[in-house]
Design a protein around this ligand. Structure first.
Ligand code: ATP
Ligand code: MG
Length: 525
């Protein structure tokens, strides 16, 4: 039943329930995306496990999230289990054999897998706004914050960097507004509170260094199998916005980092997006458009995106239209919304004259699905009622001890486990504040001298903006006394420039690349 270049999904049935034929996903069209839908308990997770196994065996690395912990068994060998063995027998799957898979466990919280982090700078203002549920005005301020950081060479690594920058912006709102556009103090305040909430929700674990290198989720083993990255998402799901923003960030990283490959023989990576409805739930239109764009374009980078969700209506039409490979488990049709979902799901398939799609969807058994995949020339196959093959690895969770064993021998063991806290915006701004305090002290001293009737040194003291003063430059001014350079406009520019320059100097190596942002606002390389 195993064919070269094709992944065996299961075996379809004729209207009289006799076996029809094997149903396959053509690796050549693995990057043409897919969707797995169905009501709860109908077999979606097992189907995901089966697909992940098959991709791995074909040498394609896989990334997936483990929402309930019941996908982790993919790391260990399957063992006799009633429904597994029955299903293998039912479909005449003679080649069936238990197998374990090369799994890398990841966890934002570092408990059930290797830490996954990114930096605030990499995530960018668009996704961060989404993460914080920012209003339009707040998003505007966040954009300015990134502009200031980008131009000033202030590395925004973790949340405390962003917090420090926002404090700074709040304190210097009027000066910075002249240069960068309106910064409302109340928006800054809301963002600061939003950051605190994020921290309380544990998002601070996720921001920092070392940031995840996407190459680490694109590994293959020496014997040519694709690594399966499993992200522990049970705890993460308590914060659905963090979950969905994180996966979206990862998708956008892949998109920005991977080279164009056109249509490869098999995908470079397959990305399963479980609970995909969270991605689109009350997402602003512009974000949906960008997601649609990334999904469309990432195909030519060899990445296949597979959405897993209960209801096909969860996915916007423009995105749904791009899903070439479709697996529809049973849906209930009690409420009008459910009936509508069944209708929609039925119309997305190339019809099979042998049965009525709409009726079939409500009648499918557990582990049975309507399947249509792209065949030669990218034409969808006629939909078939398919008994999905059983998984070769263990269905359900693994024990903590088994998980530890997998983590300990992982190819990234030790790489991401410790936080690195290098100099970033927080430290730079703290140093700058220190400088400003010194400048302020100097100014006071001068005022006192003035009050005592002594000659004033220069106008510079009066103009130095707190936090922007460059000591060296202030000293220069003091020595050059009055010259034509001392116009207020010039000075304002000078001090800002100087601050930027001094920041840039101290972190010259940490920026090191032009800052260009991609479709979803993450950094382009
Ligand atoms: N391919 C299959 N063959 C036989 N039985 C299956 C198959 N897939 C699933 N089942 C049965 O259905 C049960 C539930 O499957 P699964 O956990 O995949 O459902 P689900 O759709 O992910 O549910 P939920 O929405 O609750 O996460 C399995 O424990 C198994 O008993
Ligand atoms: Mg499930």
């Amino acid at each position: 039943m195993l064919e070269d270049g094709k992944l065996y999904i299961g075996t379809s049935r004729n209207p009289d329930d006799s076996l029809n034929k094997g149903e396959y996903l053509d690796l050549k069209y693995g990057n043409r995306h897919g969707i797995v839908t169905g009501a709860t308990g109908t077999g979606k997770t097992v189907t995901l496990q089966v697909l992940a196994e098959s991709f791995s065996n074909a040498g394609v690395p896989v990334f997936c999230a483990d929402i309930k912990g019941d996908l982790s068994g993919i790391a260990v060998m399957g063992q006799p289990k009633d429904w597994v063995d029955q299903r293998a027998k039912q479909i005449g799957f003679d080649d069936f054999a238990y197998q374990e898979f090369p799994v890398i466990f990841w966890d934002l919280y570092g408990e059930q897998g290797h830490r996954v982090r990114t930096t605030v700078a990499e995530m960018g203002p668009l996704l961060l706004s989404r993460l914080m549920d920012a209003s339009e005005a707040q998003e505007g301020v966040l954009n300015i914050a990134f502009k200031i950081a980008d131009q000033g060479g202030l590395p925004l690594l973790d949340l405390k960097d962003l917090q420090a920058l926002l404090n700074y912006m709040g304190e210097h709102a009027s000066e910075l507004s002249n240069q960068f556009g309106l910064i409302s103090k109340s928006s800054v305040g809301s963002l600061q509170r939003g950051l605190l909430v994020l921290e309380q929700q544990g998002a601070e674990h996720f921001f920092g260094e070392p940031a995840l290198a996407v190459t680490d989720i694109m590994r293959t083993t020496n014997d040519g199998r694709g690594a399966i990255s499993v992200l522990a998402a049970d705890k993460l799901m308590m914060n659905p916005r963090l979950y969905s923003t994180f996966l979206l960030w990862l998708l956008s990283e892949l998109f920005e980092e991977l080279p164009e490959v056109g249509d490869p023989d098999k995908p470079k990576l397959v990305f399963f997006f479980d609970e995909a409805h969270l991605l689109f739930n009350d997402a602003p239109k512009v974000l949906i458009e960008r997601i649609e764009q990334v999904v469309r374009l990432i195909r030519s980078k060899g990445v296949g995106v597979y959405f897993v969700t209960q209801n096909p209506l969860d996915v916007p039409d423009t995105v749904l239209a791009q899903m070439g490979n479709r697996i529809q488990h049973a849906l209930r049709a009690y409420t009008p919304r459910e009936q509508k979902a069944v209708k929609t799901a039925a119309t997305t398939f190339r019809p099979n004259p042998a049965f009525d799609c709409e009726t079939a969807i409500t009648m499918l058994g557990t582990g049975e699905a309507l399947v249509s995949t792209l065949q030669s020339k990218g034409i969808p196959s006629i939909v078939e009622r398919t008994l999905v093959r059983p998984p070769a690895s263990r269905p359900g969770p693994i024990s903590d001890a088994e998980r530890r064993a997998v983590i300990n021998v992982s190819p990234v063991a030790g790489v991401y486990d410790k936080d690195i806290d290098r100099e970033s915006a927080y430290e730079i701004l703290a140093a700058r504040e220190q400088k400003a305090a010194e400048a302020e002290a100097a100014r006071r001293a001068e005022e006192e001298r003035e009050a005592r009737g002594e000659e004033k040194d220069s106008a510079a003291g009066r103009w130095s903006l707190p936090g922007f003063g460059d000591r060296q430059e202030d000293d220069d001014r003091r020595t050059t006394k009055t010259t034509t350079r001392r116009t207020s406009g010039y000075q304002r520019e000078t001090v800002i420039e100087a601050a930027m320059k001094s920041a840039a100097r101290s972190v010259a190596t940490s920026v090191g690349r032009a800052i260009v942002r991609g479709i979803l606002g993450s950094l382009k390389r």
